[in-house]
Design a binder for this molecule. Structure first.
Ligand code: 9MR
Ligand code: ZN
Length: 568
């Protein structure tokens, strides 16, 4: 038997769940186990005895599962749970857990910074030289150079630097960046009280909250991705991924890959949102981002067609898509919210009606961001936020329609949560590449609807998604480096894999279990065929399809942690 708990711990007043699991075949008879489990302090005093409740066979994990709710334990301290011959990892009940977690999650973004030196004063033993500062060229021209049609001196040179390395690789991708920024900027917008602590960044103390200082680093890079005509380059990478070397050792030619309409829509949404958020701290920057957003919106209006070219000769991340409707809707919605001009609202509403379920928060479909913009005042619980006076009937109708979808989706995900022995809102067929993004996106969805209608089930569902991430899952791992007694520690990330430092940079979220294990040779070798999807994971740095980290897997965790910290 295994006992799974949130290895970081639980907030004093939130719901608390432990899972007891026996690995067995679906058809095997129910195990004959009974008796009480005990919850004890780490010095051995048992303060709660309780009989776990049988859940039964759980499809996603292939486990026979029992559950124990121990929400009555509200006293701060460190505990373990015991049942039969099993003991859980120790965990804490404490008030600041999610606040402390958020510091690590956000500082992990700082460690992804490209283009500037990380000084010892801020990075400690993880200090490293600046990387990727050489001039960038256009892929279209570079290809001609490779084919001998242009000489080196004929290539246009661009000085583009900064931003966060996307993931375990050193690329920077516009739509991935927009996804991460959307999560984090809205986390700050909705839960500002969760972001008052300093992060020891180079900018700390400049009068701007550190979470915005960190995001500004990415925004400054993103602004450079706008082409003169208002279109936006899809990615800024080398032709192929670097080997497992430190970033300053990757001196391959930096390239700007062709513009895409998804990148343009995402750029507009991000910049228009940034304009609202940064205005109180830096009006010039707010003006600059708004001007940039409007310029790219004009490009979108002039180019209604979907535009994306997958450049096969370039082996870095594709971030392909089949539709740009969500990006266009978000762009329009943010510009409406920032400027109050009704034409943008009309555009957003027209696109909304063309989509089936625009309640997504991942890099391919960011439609749910439009709902955050639309409902911003209700979600911040601050009616002064929009400041557009009386709502037009167009906006009122739009709000009603969008809320209906949000509730419908949240309620559907609550059913998935109840149907899973680990109480995570995931179906057995949903463990794909980066499954932790799905887990956390559902957390954000539950947090969003809870702000609209504070039903306790929605709140608890956010807790459960984070519990899964931090240890209530069938792999026995906490999926955040440095957090919990058994945290994964070999991320597929070139920096920790090549920095020669034993202790992994803390605060990175793993992509997590991936039932499609065959995409990655070592995963295929190490994980036997037929392994239940929730268990398709190994903590090996080579396994890029299981154990990579990305900025947009950290960002939804920041949102969920801020929600829980703020609403505790
Ligand atoms: O996160 C992406 C995942 O959803 C896709 O299935 C996968 C394959 O296309 O690509 C992932 O994105 C990677 C990106 O292309 C490059 N940087 C690292 C990302 C995480 O693995
Ligand atoms: Zn770099």
């Amino acid at each position: 038997m295994k006992i799974y708990v949130n290895q970081m711990g639980y907030l004093p007043n939130s719901s608390k769940l432990a899972v007891f699991a026996l690995s067995q075949d679906a058809e095997a008879p129910a195990p004959a186990i009974s008796g009480k489990a005990s919850l004890c302090t780490t010095n051995g005093t048992c303060i709660l005895e309780k009989e776990p409740v049988t859940f039964g066979y759980d499809e996603a994990s292939g486990d026979y599962v029992f559950q124990m709710d121990f929400s009555e334990i509200t006293v701060c301290g460190t505990y373990v749970i015991k049942w039969q011959d099993a003991v859980s990892y120790p965990f804490t009940v404490g008030n600041d857990l999610y606040s402390d977690l958020n510091i690590l999650l956000t500082r992990a973004l700082y460690y992804q910074r490209c283009g500037s030196e990380l000084l010892e004063a801020h990075a400690g033993k993880y200090a490293r030289p600046a990387c990727h500062t050489a001039p960038t060229v256009l892929w279209t021209e570079y290809k001609k150079f490779l084919d001998g049609e242009l000489s080196e001196t004929e290539l246009q040179k661009f000085d583009i630097r900064g931003g966060w390395h996307d993931a375990g690789d050193y690329g920077r991708y516009t739509t991935a960046a927009a996804c991460a920024l959307g999560h984090v900027l809205y986390a700050y917008r909705f839960f500002p009280e969760a972001f008052t602590r300093e992060l020891n960044l180079p900018e700390t103390g400049n009068g701007t909250p550190d979470i915005l200082n960190e995001c500004r680093y990415e925004l400054d890079w993103m602004l450079q991705m706008q082409a003169d005509d208002g279109s936006v380059y899809h990615k800024h990478t080398t032709q192929h991924h670097a080997g497992f070397v430190m970033p300053h050792e990757d001196t391959n030619q930096m390239l700007l890959l062709p513009t895409s309409s998804m990148a343009v829509g995402d750029f507009v949404g991000t910049m228009a949102l940034a304009s609202r958020i940064y205005r109180p701290f830096d009006a010039d920057f707010a003006d600059r981002t708004l001007t940039a957003a409007k310029k790219s919106y004009a490009w979108l209006e002039a180019h209604p067609e979907f535009l994306f070219e997958h450049v096969r000769e370039c082996g870095t991340g594709g971030y392909g898509d089949r539709s740009d409707l969500d990006e266009r809707m978000w762009a329009a919605m943010e510009l409406y919210r920032t400027t109050g001009e009704s034409r943008y609202l009309t555009d957003a509403r027209a696109i909304f009606d063309k989509q089936e379920n625009p309640v997504q928060y991942g890099w391919a479909d960011i439609s749910g961001f439009a709902a955050w913009a639309l409902l911003e005042d209700e979600l911040t619980m601050d009616t002064s936020v929009t400041g557009h006076g009386d709502l037009s009937s167009v906006e009122t109708d739009f709000r009603t329609a969008y809320k209906e979808l949000l509730y419908k989706d949240a309620d559907r995900q609550l059913e998935a949560l109840a149907a899973c022995g680990y109480n995570v809102a995931m179906r057995a067929n949903e463990y794909g590449w980066g499954s932790n993004l799905t887990v956390l996106n559902r957390g954000m969805l539950f947090g969003t609807v809870y702000r609209l209608t504070p039903k306790p089930e929605y709140y608890t569902a956010v807790v459960r998604q984070m519990d899964y991430l931090l240890g209530v899952n069938a792999t026995d791992y906490s999926y955040v480096t440095g957090v919990g007694a058994h945290a994964f520690c070999n991320p597929h990330n070139r920096v920790p894999a090549s920095d020669g430092i034993d202790e992994t940079i803390p605060g990175f979220v793993s992509g997590g279990a991936n039932g499609s294990r065959w995409v990655d040779p070592l995963a295929k070798e190490l994980i036997p065929e037929g392994t239940p999807p929730m268990k398709c994971f190994v903590d090996r740095w080579e396994c890029y399809s299981l154990n990579e980290i990305t900025i947009y897997w950290n960002s939804p965790a920041i949102f969920c942690a801020a929600f829980l910290d703020n609403m505790k």
